[in-house]
Design a protein around this ligand. Structure first.
Ligand code: HEC
Length: 152
C-alpha cells in the first residue's frame, strides 16, 4: 500500500514552528533533569560528573539558539559546537554506567553521535537564519536518539 508520506521536519523548513519546538524540547529537558535521580552510575560522583558535561551541552544548545536569534557571527556558534564535542568526548571517557550491557550500548551510541557530528557538521557553513535553525534542530535530534534509549 502506497501512502503519501508528508515530508518530515528535516525536509521542510518551518522556522517558527521549529523554533517553538526546539524551545519546548529544551524546557522539557530542563524539567526532566531536575527529577532525574536514577541511580545508574558506578558511583554518584561519576554520575554527577557525567551529568555536568551533559548540562553544559544543554546550555550550549540553548546558547546556539540565542546566537541564531541575535544573528551572532558563525564563529560564536562553532565555538559552542566545539565545546559540545569536547563535552561528549569527556563524558564518554567516564564510562559511568555500572551495568556492563548499558555501558556497551552507551559506547555504541557515542560512536554514532561522533560519526554523525563529523559527517553533518565538519566544515559545514551555518549560513542564514533558516539554515542555522535547521542545523540546530538536526543536532538536537542526534542528542535525543541517545536520550530516548538510555536516559529515560
Ligand atoms: C551517547 C549518548 C548521549 C548523547 C549523544 C547525548 N547525551 Fe545527554 N545524556 C545521556 C544520558 C545517559 C543522560 C542521563 C545521565 C544520568 O543521569 O544517568 C544524559 C543527560 C543529559 C542532560 C541532563 C543532565 C542533568 O542535569 O542530569 C542534558 C541536559 C543532556 N543530556 C543534554 C544533551 C545534549 C544537548 C546532547 C547533544 C548535544 C546530548 N545530551 C547528547 C546520554 C547522551
Amino acid at each position: 500500500m502506497a501512502f503519501f508520506t508528508p515530508p518530515g521536519p528535516c525536509d521542510t523548513i518551518r522556522p517558527m514552528k521549529n523554533l517553538a519546538g526546539a524551545l519546548l524540547a529544551l524546557t522539557l529537558l530542563a524539567g526532566a533533569s531536575a527529577q532525574d535521580k536514577k541511580d545508574r552510575g558506578k558511583t554518584p560522583e561519576l554520575t554527577k560528573k557525567y551529568a555536568a558535561f551533559m548540562k553544559s551541552n544543554g546550555a550550549e544548545m540553548k546558547g546556539i539558539l540565542e546566537d541564531i536569534e541575535k544573528d551572532k557571527p558563525e564563529s560564536d556558534i562553532k565555538k559552542r559546537l566545539a565545546r559540545i564535542k569536547e563535552n561528549i568526548a569527556k563524558a564518554r571517557e567516564l564510562k559511568y554506567r555500572k551495568d556492563e550491557e548499558e555501558q556497551e550500548k552507551l559506547d555504541g551510541l557515542f560512536d554514532v553521535f561522533e560519526f554523525k557530528l563529523k559527517q553533518d557538521f565538519d566544515g559545514v557553513e551555518w549560513g542564514d537564519k533558516e539554515k542555522r535553525k535547521f542545523l540546530h534542530e538536526r543536532l538536537q535530534a542526534k542528542c535525543d536518539v541517545c536520550h530516548e534509549l538510555l536516559r529515560d
